[in-house]
Every structure is written in structure tokens, then in C-alpha cells.
Design a protein around this ligand. Structure first.
Ligand code: FES
Ligand SMILES: [Fe+2]
Length: 425
């Protein structure tokens, strides 16, 4: 349980709030690079700030205020130029640092005023890594965008999926340290959604939580596993401050504002040995729907089930009313670490998990249960027998709505017969 004030402290993300400042010390993935192939400008609300993210005609990304400094027109309806974004109202042009670099009328009629020199709008640095556009909204000097090791794995098919979830970021992130929910939110709910009343999945017997440099690892033993199982030996990872890493995919919970979160997933599937070498030219990115055409929550896929659970806790979960149990030990640790980090920030220190040394930020190793399968590869036969990966050949299991074109690219990469989930002989 948290009292009202402490709940507010952890959930408010606006500039100047304690948690808002802490989150601003970390780079956040905010969009897929591929999303800008045919849409050069996207609106982006981030931690309560309304911005536009664009790719100019020179191929450079910029993240600037959504409003033009002149008379507040919406830059979402601007147009990109060789070096920046131009407002479509009177043509003021901005570069990626937020400097106004052109005021067409004033530049010609009143060059002596140098009027544009005094105009600057909010702008934030962006970087590209792993097919994602990353943004940093904190004070200089910015740390490094984490170079997590899966980003440089070869012979695989990565994809980025983004969804908006109507609730606060923290309840999404608390799910990153919640082993027992797998049994009920995914395995058993899936059984019930299919109209069956059982049998239910093996139940959890023991959970454990450990801290490491970049987060918390949780471990679990179910009726069907022992302390020798990768679920216990390796576990899964809650990354500081707002991500989840499961060996083959990352999920970031990026605050849009106090009541909405951008779920950003990067997932990787190694191609079978028979399809090596495979070089992915472009990491596709797509937006995953959360509701169907009738406005009902989609519950068919793993993360869609999570979205329902998180949103069901309310826009901002009222933690004054909760009853934490022993299975929530990781959640207690996570909250405590966030409060420790707030204190570190107050004292002028970096929070946990900030990378500033380039020599250290090289393919940073994380716990990966299926490391051999992901880094050395498997034959088709091994893949078909693998408990974790075989199901991924038939469907993108994490989220509903994968576009056909992405599925087709995936099938080509894996060597699958289109539409079958089977390998070509
Ligand atoms: S409002 Fe943007 S140039 Fe006038
Ligand atoms: Fe889940």
C-alpha cells in the first residue's frame, strides 16, 4: 500500500514533478524509424508535453514543440524541409535544435531586424537505435542510449509494435516484476476465453527477486519446474525505470501523460539455421490496436491481455486501497528503488541504470534464458520442438493486428510457406 502522497509522487510525470524529472534522465523509445518512411511528421505527447517528431528531407530526425512560436499553429500540419520542419501557416522554418532558421516574409522585407534569431522553441535530442527513435527530455549532458545486447544479434527478424494504453505508466511497469500474473492473465484466462474451464496451468510454488545493475530479476518455480529450470536460474528482467526484458523482447512503458502510456515493444526472432545468413534491411514498426471495431478490448494476444489488466486498475491505480501479498515482494522492491532514485536525484546523483561510459555501453549483457537459441540459432527441427519459439512461427503472439506485409516479411525471413506457419521443404 502507498499513501496518497507517495502514490502521487510515483505516478506524476509532468516537468518539475519528482518522478517526471527522474524519468527525464533516461532515453525513451518513442517511435519506430520505419513509421517515417511514408509519414514524415507524427504528433507525440510525452510526459505531458505536446511535441512533433519528424524526419526532414535530409533524413534527420527532430523532436520539437507542437506549436509554432509565431501564432501557435500546429506543426503536425507543417512540412519537412531539407533541414527542419516548416510551419504551414506563414512558413517559419525550425531546425532540430528548435532554432527558427527562416521567416520568409521578415527575412526579405525586414532583414535588418534579424527577427528569427530571437525565436526558439522547445527541442529535444533524438537518436536512432535498433529501428527505434529514442528521445531524451532531461538536462544536459544526456547519457547514452543503452546498447542492449539483443540490438546487435544477427540472423534474426526484429519488429517494433506500439500501442497507447489508457492508464498511468507505473501500473504497467509493476507488471514487469509480477511473475504470478502469467498463470492467471495469460495461461488460464486464455483457457477460459477459449470456452474451456480447464485444465489450468501449473501453479506457482515459489518466486524470488534479485537486484542487479540495470534492474530486478524475478525467478519462479511452478509445479512443473524446479530450481534447475531457466525460469529460476536466469529469470526475467524488470529494467530501470520503465522496461521489461524477457530474453527475446523488450517492452517499454513510456508515459504519454499521467493517465496514458505508450507501450513500445521490440521483439526478435532468430531465423532457423537453414535460412542463414539473414540480414534484416529494415526493422518494421506497426501500431497495435487495443480495441476491436465495436470498441471492445482485444484479449486474444499476450500483451493485449496485459493492457486489459493494467487499464482495469484505473487511470491511476489507487494504491491506498490495495492489499499487497507475498507474491508482490518485487513490486515493493521496485517502488523502494524508485524512491531511492528520487533521493539520489535530489542529492545531485544519477539514478540507477544510467550509462555514460561508451566503453561500457557496448552490447550490454542482460539475463537471457534461451541464449543459445537466440545467439547461435537452431535448425528448423529444433525450432519446431522449442517450447518458447515454436508458437511464434504461426502468429505474432505478443499483440493482435500485425499487418500482412510484416507477416509476409517474417515468413520470408524464416523460410515459411506463406499463410501456413510451416517450413518449405
Ligand atoms: S503560425 Fe506558424 S508561421 Fe505563423
Ligand atoms: Fe503479462
Amino acid at each position: 500500500m502507498l499513501n496518497e502522497e507517495r502514490n502521487r509522487t510515483l505516478t506524476q510525470v509532468g516537468r518539475g514533478t519528482p518522478m517526471g524529472e527522474l524519468l527525464r534522465r533516461h532515453w525513451m523509445p518513442v517511435a519506430g524509424v520505419a513509421e517515417f518512411d511514408d509519414t514524415p511528421i507524427r504528433a507525440l505527447r510525452l510526459m505531458g508535453e505536446d511535441l512533433v517528431l519528424y524526419k526532414d528531407l535530409g533524413g534527420k530526425f527532430g523532436l520539437i514543440d507542437r506549436r509554432c512560436a509565431h501564432r501557435r499553429a500546429d506543426l503536425l500540419h507543417g512540412y519537412v524541409e531539407p533541414d527542419g520542419l516548416r510551419c504551414s501557416y506563414h512558413g517559419w522554418n525550425y531546425d532540430a535544435t528548435g532554432r527558427c532558421i527562416g521567416q520568409p516574409y521578415e527575412d526579405i522585407a525586414h532583414p535588418e531586424l534579424n527577427a528569427k534569431d530571437s525565436v526558439r522553441i522547445t527541442a529535444y535530442p533524438v537518436e536512432i537505435k535498433a529501428g527505434l527513435v529514442w528521445a531524451y527530455l532531461g538536462p544536459a549532458p544526456a547519457p547514452l542510449v543503452p546498447d542492449w545486447e539483443p540490438f546487435s544479434w544477427g540472423n534474426g527478424f526484429a519488429q517494433v509494435v506500439i500501442s497507447e494504453v489508457p492508464c498511468n505508466w507505473l501500473q504497467c511497469q509493476e507488471n514487469s516484476i509480477d511473475p504470478v500474473h502469467f498463470e492467471w492473465t495469460h495461461s488460464n484466462w486464455k483457457t477460459r476465453l477459449a470456452g474451456r474451464t480447464g485444465p489450468y496451468a501449473p501453479t506457482h510454488l515459489k518466486v524470488g527477486f534479485e537486484e542487479f545493475e540495470f534492474g530486478l530479476v524475478y525467478k519462479r518455480i511452478r509445479e512443473d519446474t524446479s530450481e534447475k529450470d531457466p525460469l529460476w536460474v536466469i529469470g526475467r528482467t524488470c529494467l530501470w525505470p520503465n522496461a521489461f526484458f524477457l530474453g527475446d523482447h523488450f517492452e517499454w512503458r513510456v508515459p504519454i501523460d499521467d493517465e496514458n502510456t505508450l507501450s513500445v515493444t521490440w521483439s526478435f526472432m532468430r531465423v532457423p539455421r537453414e535460412s542463414e545468413p539473414y540480414v534484416q534491411e529494415r526493422i518494421p514498426a506497426w501500431r497495435g490496436p487495443t480495441v476491436d471495431a465495436d470498441g471492445r478490448w482485444i484479449t486474444s494476444h499476450v500483451m493485449n491481455q496485459d493492457f486489459v489488466a493494467w487499464s482495469g486498475q484505473g487511470r491511476i491505480a489507487d494504491r491506498t486501497q490495495e492489499h499487497l501479498a507475498p507474491s508482490d515482494a518485487g513490486i515493493v522492491m521496485l517502488r523502494k528503488r524508485l524512491f531511492d532514485d528520487l533521493k539520489a536525484l535530489e542529492e545531485g546523483r544519477d539514478p540507477r541504470g544510467i550509462l555514460r561510459d561508451p566503453a561500457k555501453n557496448l552490447a550490454v549483457r542482460l539475463p537471457v534464458a534461451a541464449r543459445r537459441a537466440l545467439t547461435e540459432g537452431m535448425t528448423r527441427a529444433e525450432l519446431l520442438a522449442h517450447p518458447q519459439f515454436k508458437g511464434m512461427l504461426a502468429d505474432y503472439v505478443f499483440q493482435a493486428g500485425q499487418p500482412r506485409a510484416v507477416r509476409a516479411e517474417f515468413e520470408r525471413a524464416m523460410g515459411l510457406i506463406p499463410g501456413t506457419g510451416q517450413f518449405a521443404s
